[in-house]
Unconditional design. Structure first.
Length: 227
């Protein structure tokens, strides 16, 4: 499963990018607004951190087809070929996905709450569809089940569109969809940090070092003992 950072905090992106095996960064208008900087400046910085080969997701703002297409073209020309244009999965959005697909611009159908939206975005040529798992949970439905349903629908229909599951609030939600073979997930930094936040893990690592240092001396490492 591909894994993305869902954030525009440059410090957090730099930190996580260095640690984890990640595939790119996703943003939305709310996330960009939260960064407190001009979106162009923020997105160019993110591109610099992740390099030209990783995927960067940027959302188009207008609600009309022509405006979405214009935003999509501007986004790709500003941030490079590996930039995916996020487009809300609504009627004008489907029209824009079809047009951008014809121009070779990669799109992601976002704001997906139902399998029907995902189906239409896939048919319109979106490379990804982004269901908002936790927001679906909060509406009283089972977000994990709906994400799996969308995955099955796309697979059985023979679409190459991948599910990019979004809006997580805990690592169990991520693990559930990972185990099902979902194509991609995007998570806020706190969720990614939570993947291995576990006192048992920390205690095991500390015990190894304590045992070794007790036997061979404080601060000794394999390198220091092998020279
Ligand atoms: C991704 O496409 C969405 O913009 C994002 O993950 C939504 O997350 P939230 O529900 O935590 O705001």
């Amino acid at each position: 499963m591909k894994l993305y950072i869902d954030d525009a905090d440059l410090g957090e992106i730099r930190r996580l990018w260095e640690i984890y095996p990640l595939d790119g960064v996703t943003t939305n208008p709310t996330i960009l607004a939260r960064s407190g900087r001009h979106p162009k400046e923020t997105l160019l910085e993110i591109r610099k951190i992740i390099g030209d080969d990783a995927e960067l997701f940027v959302q188009a703002l207008p609600k009309d087809m022509a405006g979405i297409i214009a935003d999509g073209e501007a986004i790709v020309s500003a941030f490079g070929a590996k930039t995916v244009v996020k487009i809300p999965s609504v009627p004008e959005g489907f029209a824009a996905m079809k047009a951008l697909n014809r121009k070779g611009i990669v799109t992601c159908g976002t704001a997906v709450y139902t399998p029907m939206q995902a189906y239409l975005a896939a048919k319109a040529g979106a490379a990804y569809v982004a269901p908002y798992l936790n927001r679906i949970d909060n509406m009283g439905f089972d977000g994990v089940r709906i994400v799996k349903q969308i995955h099955d629908l796309l697979q059985k229909g023979g679409y190459s569109t991948e599910v990019l599951a979004a809006s997580f609030k805990n690592s169990q939600q991520v693990l559930d969809i990972c185990a099902y073979g979902i194509g991609a997930a995007t998570c806020a930094p706190a969720i990614i940090d939570g993947f291995t936040k576990n006192v048992a893990i920390d205690a095991a690592v500390d015990a190894f070092i304590a045992d070794f240092e007790k036997a061979y001396g404080k601060g000794e490492t394999m390198k220091s003992l092998l020279q």
